[in-house]
Design a protein. Structure first.
Length: 232
């Protein structure tokens, strides 16, 4: 085996973005109840005010420190010590790391105007129709408000309405609880989707919320909605 210098932030958040991997949350027991967590992009961290898909940590400094101390060691301080845990000093290390993350901006979206909505002169008809669905029948704007398409809050989708708790692939399908509203800017570059990566494509995501919100979108409306989100 080759020696390893450990785990770095950019191993998962490749180039300040994401490598699209998922992992099991470290501090939930028993094993079947450990949630799968998607690796979100770090682009646009500067406009966010909640961190962690279900933890609601209030600052990027808090989340940086949390990830360093706990994320890779399952909450086991003995294993952490064996691996060489490196607690960060808040003033000289955590703060500069947070300042760096604040520089990671969203990717360009040339079809958007300064208010975050489509410029009619640049958008296609499908994208404009999708925008109407997004702000209307689709109810997406309830949580994903422009210009960054997030309300900075957490919401409980109550997905457990649709199934009874049961084991699926050795994991217990149970209530998710409150989930952070992730920004939709640059969303086309960040599959898979939802907090646990259960939705592989934007088409899957639209269909998922069509069922959850009972919006009864037509096939054309779903297709247009995906076209709009690809322009964000």
């Amino acid at each position: 085996m080759r020696p390893s210098r450990g785990v770095t932030c950019f191993d998962c958040h490749a180039n300040g973005h994401t490598n699209a991997s998922t992992h099991l949350v470290g501090d939930i027991r028993p094993q079947p109840f450990r949630h799968r967590i998607d690796t979100p992009t770090l682009r646009g961290v500067n406009v966010q005010r909640l961190f962690g898909s279900q933890r609601a940590l209030k600052t990027v400094e808090d989340f940086t420190e949390f990830e360093q101390r706990a994320a890779y060691f399952d909450g086991d301080h003995v294993i952490a010590a064996k691996k060489g845990v490196n607690p960060l000093e808040r003033g000289s290390q955590v703060h500069p790391m947070a300042e760096f993350q604040e520089l990671l901006d969203f990717p360009p979206a040339p079809k958007l105007a300064i208010n975050g909505k489509l410029d009619p002169k640049k958008a296609t008809e499908a994208e404009l129709r999708g925008q109407e669905v997004f702000f209307g029948k689709g109810q997406c704007v309830t949580c994903h408000t422009p210009p960054y398409y997030t309300d900075g809050l957490m919401h409980n989708l109550k997905v457990e309405r649709f199934y009874k708790p049961r084991m699926i692939n050795n994991l217990m399908a149970s209530a998710d609880g409150p989930i952070k509203t992730f920004p939709l800017r640059g969303i086309k570059e960040s599959p898979p989707y939802l907090h646990d990566g259960r939705l592989l494509t934007l088409e899957d995501t639209v269909e998922f919320f069509n069922l959850i919100l009972e919006t009864k979108l037509t096939d054309t409306e779903k297709s247009d909605l995906v076209s709009f989100m690809r322009a964000l």
